[in-house]
Design a protein around this ligand. Structure first.
Ligand code: PGA
Length: 243
């Protein structure tokens, strides 16, 4: 199976930097046969659409509102993004959950809406530090899966991203053992319900730890924040297994 490398640019980069990045990326990433995906800020959607046209690289939104259109001031339409060529969307990122207050039920609605739009969802789950310390990791991620994937069919285009919240943007990476345990739990949960979705790891992935984390069984790829903002570091992560 192909590995998956997904870049989450968060609220970084404007249209000009986005265009430059993709122009360079298309020249530099020629040998990469794995699946590479970009979650760009919505304001860069048109540029991403043009710059990635006829390429193997998919792009999508970090956030959207689960309606085609309507009186939802400030929100992004997935239908419009799709008309521009978006094929992906992120749902349940810890910053949406814990900074913007999105709840499980709403995340489930977003996933259902995106599936209905034939957009591939990357569904993020992960425990916060006090939950890990209280040995509640399995309970938390299981509950997030139960709620988020309620009513989702096995044929849905979904990938799971296990991102321990305490490892996101902090430089603290989960150890390979922690990643293996969590991914095995997720895989068990998915298998039990007939789902075959890939499972990505996210949380301070960088060129220095990419190879060891990719070698963990049940890791199908990464969701990368900070280290995806520079071509050089993201390229190193995407080609970690080749050297
Ligand atoms: P990070 O972010 O790689 O900067 O820790 C990961 C993410 O938020 O998806």
């Amino acid at each position: 199976m192909k590995r998956i490398f997904a870049a989450n640019w968060k609220m970084f980069k404007g249209p000009k930097e986005t265009r430059t990045f993709f122009e360079e990326w298309r020249k530099s990433a020629i040998g990469i046969l794995d699946s590479v995906q970009f979650f760009v800020p919505a304001l860069n959607a048109s540029v991403a659409s043009e710059a990635l046209l006829d390429s193997d690289f998919a792009w999508g939104l970090q956030n959207f509102y689960p309606e085609i259109e309507g009186a939802y001031t400030g929100e992004n339409s997935l239908a419009v993004a799709k008309s521009l060529g978006a094929r992906l969307a992120l749902v349940g990122h810890s910053e949406r959950r814990h900074v913007l207050g999105e709840k499980d039920e709403f995340l489930n609605r977003k996933i259902k809406f995106a599936c209905h739009q034939d957009i591939q969802v990357t569904f993020c789950i992960g425990e916060q530090l006090p939950e890990r310390e209280a040995k509640q990791t399995v309970q938390v991620i299981t509950q997030q899966l139960d709620a988020g994937l309620d009513g989702i069919e096995a044929t849905a285009k979904i990938q799971i991203a296990y991102e321990p919240v305490w490892a996101i943007g902090t430089g603290k990476t989960a150890t390979p053992e922690m990643v293996m345990q969590a991914h095995q739990e997720v895989r068990k949960w998915l298998n039990g319900r007939g789902y075959d979705f890939p499972i990505l790891y996210g949380g301070s992935v960088k060129p220095e730890n990419a190879k060891e984390l990719l070698a963990v069984p049940a890791v199908d790829g990464f969701l990368v924040g900070g280290a995806s903002l520079q071509i050089d570091s993201f390229l190193k992560i995407c080609s970690a297994m080749s050297h």
